[in-house]
Write a protein that binds this ligand. Structure first.
Ligand code: ADP
Ligand code: MG
Length: 324
């Protein structure tokens, strides 16, 4: 287990700064997620930490050691990518054994450790199958077992669940979090999925065009975004005014809806049933052409209908002034 520190890490591809002066400190055992849209530089950052790529400028430290110029195999890192990247001609067990063989661990001891790792990812008894005989989720579990079997100092995961369908992805998210907690291994996950980032991480770093926009705990980034990009990337944001003239963001779950009472009058433009919640798109009266206000409220057996007049209100405390 190690901490990770990036100091002014920059990577240029021609005129593109895929990583632009990135500072980040990940503490031992922490789970940090790099979150950003496609092309924001997530994979670039991970490949720099892994040593698959060299920065144009800046330093990278793992466990206090400057590894900027160290080869990938000198960094003791477990890596998992979106594409499973298993050896197709090897069984699951042989795949998991591979990094142990590379490290000169004897056959009997290696076998014991590989079987333990397969157990850890709940693939006990499937060690003899080849990747083609395993489902996508099982293949990604093998990839995880292979990444942790040699007790890496850090674990780097690049969109590891991106190829899986939603239900399986949610299951594996829970397993991944449990595995990370069990092993206590310092982990950096890369994803473009805000829900995944918010639900798994101790902290998230939001990236835009190679530049970190905010590093914060999930709830803080969600409710107190550093800027408009973070606010909008992490979910639906209502930009509204207060009677005192302040403007800012209010998240949909912080909105209240009623048939009457104090607040702003609005028409229901759309009511979208989401299971436990209903999401309303509302046109405020006297605000023609403005973005609809979005409110997400628990579904309690009855919803407001499209076209209905409602009163929407929010607390001043839930309004977060955000740089536009
Ligand atoms: P992400 O993983 O967030 O989708 P990447 O790190 O893959 O983003 O890419 C960030 C930017 O760097 C993109 O503009 C991409 O086109 C560019 N880029 C990445 N790798 C290379 C490369 N090997 N050569 C040239 N440009 C690259
Ligand atoms: Mg990527």
């Amino acid at each position: 287990m190690s901490d990770i520190r990036l100091e002014g890490v920059t990577k240029h591809y021609g005129s593109v700064a895929a990583a632009d002066n990135v500072d980040l400190a990940v503490t031992q055992g922490e789970f940090v997620t790099i979150l950003g849209p496609s092309g924001s530089g997530k994979t670039t950052l991970l490949s720099l930490i892994a040593g698959l790529n060299r920065p144009t400028a800046g330093r990278i430290f793992i466990g206090g050691r400057d590894v900027t110029d160290a080869a990938a195999q000198e960094r003791n890192i477990g890596l998992v990518f979106q594409s499973y990247a298993l050896f197709p001609h090897m069984t699951a067990l042989e795949n998991v054994l591979f990094p142990l063989g590379v490290r000169g661990i004897g056959a009997a001891e290696g076998r014991r450790q590989a079987i333990d790792a397969l157990k850890l990812v709940q693939l006990e008894g499937l060690g003899d199958r080849r990747p083609s005989q395993l489902s996508g989720g099982q293949q990604q579990r093998v990839a995880l077992a292979r990444a942790v079997v040699f007790k890496p100092d850090i674990l780097l995961l690049d969109e590891p669940l991106g190829a899986l369908d939603r239900k399986l992805r949610e299951e594996l998210q829970v397993e991944l979090k449990q595995l990370q907690r069990t092993l206590g291994v310092t982990t950096i996950l890369v994803t473009h999925d805000q829900e995944e980032a918010l639900s798994l991480s101790d902290r998230i770093m939001v990236l835009d065009k190679g530049r970190p926009q905010q590093v914060a705990a999930p709830a803080e980034a969600y409710l107190k975004p550093a800027n408009r990009f973070v606010a909008e990337f992490l979910g639906i944001a209502n930009f509204v005014g207060m009677p005192d003239g302040r403007r800012g963001l209010v998240r949909p779950e912080r909105m209240r809806l009623a048939a009457s009472g104090e607040g702003k009058a609005a028409r229901v433009v759309e009511a979208i049933y989401l299971g436990q919640m209903v999401r309303y798109h509302l046109a405020l009266e006297g605000a023609q052409g403005a973005q609809p206000v979005v409110a997400a409220v628990p579904f309690l057996g009855k919803a407001f209908a499209t076209g209905e007049r409602v009163i929407v209100s929010w607390d001043a405390a839930d309004l977060w002034p955000v740089a536009q």
